[in-house]
Design a protein around this ligand. Structure first.
Ligand code: 13P
Length: 257
């Protein structure tokens, strides 16, 4: 059975005090709760990774990075390597987010380099894919998603479904309040799962978690989680508020799986 992942991507929000307050607000309830098949993940900015690991050490929350360098090591001022993240004991890192692709010109090839470095260092990539509104309106959604999957995973061996997650994040739904309907998300999640089946194998396609991201919030997450191929959310804005994050975990606990 696939897990339900409730992953918060905090982007460039929250300072030290905010991070501490958030951890304090969620730690006690996530310590005692039986989360069953729900996996909570939170991705703060780099400076707070180690602090959050400490603050949430007694909980089931996994702390993740939002990105990683495409280089293994060297004179790359401001970059953080996969080996550094691994030395912290991190298990997950987001890569290929549309904000990185758009504002930092990250191609599928660069995302692939990052993915390989993460996997070499024992960190599970949360690989983001998604189409823009113009691409959707032009009827290119499937082509864009398949191009991204093929580009980012070209000749990449995936041994098990726990090695990687994929997040479908339609660019037009990110930070806009305009969520994809459950049916719109399901259609693309099915495309992704079918691609995994054709490229890898049935077991991997069946077990690999595919998350949805784009204006997910407590009000709409139940409808999204009801979709058969949707295994959780990669959540921006609504994950910044402790009460909303906890509420989404509660809703996930009550959902089908
Ligand atoms: P929002 O939930 O704020 O739309 O952000 C989604 C996202 O980009 C998560 O990675």
């Amino acid at each position: 059975m696939r897990k339900i992942v409730i992953a918060g991507n905090w982007k460039m929000y929250k300072d030290l005090e905010d991070v501490r307050a958030f951890c304090k607000a969620i730690a006690s309830s996530l310590k005692t709760k039986d989360l069953g098949s729900v996996l909570p993940i939170l991705a703060p900015a780099y400076p707070f990774l180690a602090l959050m690991q400490r603050e949430l050490a007694d909980t089931l929350v996994k702390v993740a990075a939002q990105d990683v360098s495409a280089h293994a090591e060297g004179a790359f001022t401001g970059e953080v390597s996969a080996a550094m993240l691994s030395s912290l004991g991190l298990e997950y890192s987001i890569i290929g987010h549309s904000e990185r692709r758009a504002h930092h010109n990250e191609s599928n090839e660069i995302v692939r380099e990052k993915l390989l470095l993460l996997m070499d260092n024992g960190i599970k990539p949360i690989l983001c894919v998604g189409e823009t509104l113009a691409q959707r309106d032009a009827g290119e959604t499937q082509k864009v998603i398949l191009d991204q999957l093929e580009g980012c995973l070209r000749n990449v061996t995936i041994y098990g479904a726990e090695d990687i997650m994929i997040a479908y994040e339609p660019v037009w739904a990110i930070g806009t309040g305009r969520t994809a309907t459950g049916e719109q998300a399901q259609e693309v999640h099915r495309i992704i799962r079918t691609w995994l089946k054709n490229t890898y194998n049935d077991v991997l396609a069946d077990e690999l978690p595919i998350l949805y991201g784009g204006s997910v919030k407590p009000e709409n997450i139940a409808g999204l989680l009801a979709m058969p191929d949707l295994d959780g959310g990669l959540i921006g804005g609504a994950s910044l508020k402790a009460d909303q994050y906890l509420e989404m975990i509660d809703i996930a606990l009550k959902s089908r799986k």
